[in-house]
Design a protein around this ligand. Structure first.
Ligand SMILES: Nc1ncnc2[nH]cnc12
Ligand SMILES: [Zn+2]
Length: 338
């Protein structure tokens, strides 16, 4: 029997989401609507047939379908609609702040202007304020492409630097180590941007070391495989680095074989600043609260852990200290009442 009082606690708990790919929030219903609006034929006969294809055995299986899905996104309005749909779901989960990745190269390489992407997302981010949600955008580089291509993508962002908080590094991890992007990350830092990188999702602990010590990142996305190396864990704890962990994604992509063995409790016990996030909720079966509940229902985390994870999400964000203090106070007030 699920603990319904813990479900309600998670539902009402103020929180931030720090690891969300906006293209991964494209629900099949919206994908079909956008395909129709843009006169595109999808290679699936129905929403059910599309959902049935979401059966992945690794990251690459997922990425192949995810990039194909993004093909329906063509206009500024498409990006606005995509983002607004996510912001409404997030606000319903009492997400008070979201830092979301977008993959510009997935769009600009198809001939979609960067302006359509950034302006659509930014307009939605502004409208999300009315939902009680603040939003920052993170321009992510595709690591299966070259560093030169990442430089070209960063150049497109330069006229819009006031609209993005940082850069990220995602896509196929193994074979594409962080060190491949040393120079473009140094350039992004010079431009005043925060730095994030997916590391240790499928890749080895050595990739996490590279992200920390060569790219000088501000936040680690996933980081699961850090746990294989106690010296690395101590290094991450010492640096006060935040890990943006994604339980349902880990399970769907077979990073974790059984949700009952998810490493979040181990991470918290080791003093790592772990957070819970949804990654690509339309593909992995749940938004941020579903990710919390996937672990509460296994008995892996309790009320106190949920509070710690929510506090970590604020502390690990790129918000101002003043805004962090205000949101932590909201969490404490909620905890005192529930
Ligand atoms: N979980 C993930 N890992 C790497 N790249 C991604 N792009 C979208 N989701 C991703
Ligand atoms: Zn991700």
């Amino acid at each position: 029997m699920p603990d319904t009082s813990l479900d309600a606690f998670v539902a009402g708990l103020p929180k931030a989401e720090l690891h969300l790919h906006i293209e991964g929030s494209l629900e099949p219903e919206l994908m079909f609507d956008l395909a129709q609006r843009n006169g595109i034929d999808l290679p699936y006969a129905s929403i059910e047939a599309l959902r049935a294809a979401y059966d992945f055995s690794n990251l690459q299986d997922f990425l192949d379908i995810y990039y194909q899905g993004a093909n329906v996104l063509r206009t500024e309005e498409d990006f606005y609609d995509l983002a607004m749909a996510y912001f409404k779901r997030a606000a319903a989960d009492n997400v008070r702040h979201a830092e979301i990745f977008f993959d510009p190269q997935t769009h600009t390489d198809r001939g979609i202007p960067y302006a359509y992407v950034i302006e659509g997302l930014n307009r939605a981010a502004k409208d999300a304020e009315a939902l009680g949600l603040s939003v920052s955008l993170i321009h992510s580089f595709l690591r299966h492409l070259s560093e030169e291509a990442a430089f070209e993508s960063l150049a497109m962002a330069v006229p819009y630097l006031d609209k993005i908080i940082g850069v990220g590094l995602d896509s196929s991890e193994v074979g594409h180590p962080p060190s491949k992007f040393t120079n473009v990350f140094a350039k992004a830092r010079e431009l005043g941007l925060k730095l994030c990188a997916h590391a240790g999702e499928e890749g080895p602990p050595a990739y996490v070391y590279e992200a920390l010590d060569i790219l000088h990142i501000d936040r680690i996305d996933h980081g699961n495989r850090s746990l294989e190396d106690p010296v690395l864990v101590a290094h991450i704890v010492r640096e006060g680095m935040t890990l943006t962990v994604c339980p349902l994604s880990n399970h769907k992509l077979c990073v974790v074989k059984d949700l009952n063995d998810h490493p979040i409790p181990d991470m918290l016990a080791k003093g790592l600043r772990a957070t819970i996030n949804s990654d690509d909720p339309a593909y992995f079966g749940g938004y941020v609260n579903d990710n919390f509940l996937s672990l509460t229902r296994c008995g892996l985390i309790d009320r106190e852990d949920c509070l710690t994870l929510a506090r970590n999400s604020i502390t690990g964000s790129f918000l101002s200290e003043e805004r962090k203090t205000a949101l932590i106070a909201e969490i404490e007030a909620f905890a005192a009442e529930h």
